[in-house]
Design a protein around this ligand. Structure first.
Ligand SMILES: Cc1ncc(COP(=O)(O)O)c(C=O)c1O
Length: 283
């Protein structure tokens, strides 16, 4: 945990110094890894696309049988207050809803709601220009539509990803691709059609924004993407709140397209940055 005393966190309607915000060890998040969360970013103190993230947070809670202890409007007011107290400008805000304090280490209790805000570093221009290398792994996330706190497989694969000189790992099942542990996946076909997996995924807010932006210029499809489709693709990229659009230049040691970040990916990245800036100036 950060030792920055200036930062505050939110815990069950209280605003506390981040360094002294604790949950009891009986929480089901600790005992059984049971809970959900969501994560959005702020620019110049403004949350970006907040309604989308809040909608997904409530949906994840419902899918896991957890009740968010306050209505969306009150949650928004607490988010605004936390952002004001911390005064970070550009940041990432994580909202976590846990299984609650459990009497027997298994049955859920009333959920605990936590919010923490920390500085956020987005990929540099150099990283965008270089693109990333990825490997693939056969796995489908359980309850993929929910943003649960279970990242067991992704975290266990960190060492393998590093050992193979890669940056991330793409999940597939029998060659049908779904998503990354923390990002969504797109390919650009030779005819400039964008395709992104429709099933067994968390519906990313960045994915949604990119689909909207791309549909103004290109054909877009939410459908099936196979490893074979990637081998034929002109471009590929990942999307997430923290990565925006990150071009993928290599999959399992083989180049994607010409092995360089593609024009469509980089153009959409510029469009996305503009959309984010428009949000900030509108609010
Ligand atoms: C499993 C998973 N898929 C996709 C995403 C990307 O979603 P977003 O664009 O809303 O950050 C995330 C975000 O952390 C994720 O955890």
């Amino acid at each position: 945990m950060s030792s920055d005393h200036r930062l505050y966190a939110y815990l069950n309607e209280e605003f506390l110094p981040l360094d002294s915000t604790y949950l009891h060890v009986s929480d089901l998040a600790i005992q059984r890894g049971y809970g959900i969360f969501d994560f959005f970013k702020t620019q110049n103190g403004h949350p970006l696309f907040l309604d989308g993230y809040l909608g997904r947070f409530f949906n994840s809670a419902q899918l896991m049988g957890l009740e968010v202890p306050l209505p969306a409007e009150d949650l928004k007011a607490s988010i605004t207050r936390l952002i004001q107290m911390n005064g970070l400008g550009d940041s990432g805000v994580k909202m976590i809803l846990t299984g609650g304090y459990s009497e027997n280490g298994y049955n859920p209790g009333p959920p605990n709601l936590i919010m923490i805000e920390q500085p956020l570093t987005l990929p540099s221009e150099a990283q965008q220009a270089a693109g990333i290398k990825i490997i693939t792994h056969e796995y489908v996330r359980e309850l993929a539509e929910a943003k649960t706190i279970n990242y067991t497989v992704g975290i266990r694969l960190i060492q393998k990803v590093k050992a193979l000189g890669a940056d991330d790992v793409l999940y597939h099942q029998q060659g049908v691709v779904s998503e990354f542990p923390r990002s969504n996946f797109f390919i650009v076909r030779a005819d400039n059609t964008l395709v992104t997996p429709a099933k067994e995924i968390l519906k990313g807010i960045t994915r949604k924004n990119v689909l909207e932006l791309a549909s103004k210029k290109y054909r877009v499809e939410e459908g099936t993407v196979t490893l074979e489709n990637i081998a034929q693709a002109k471009e590929a990229f990942m999307t997430s709140t923290t990565k925006r659009i990150l071009p993928i230049v290599e999959v399992d040691g083989k180049p994607v397209g010409n092995g360089k970040p593609g024009e469509v990916s980089l153009e959409l990245l510029r469009d996305l940055i503009q959309l984010e800036e428009a949000q900030t100036s509108r609010e």
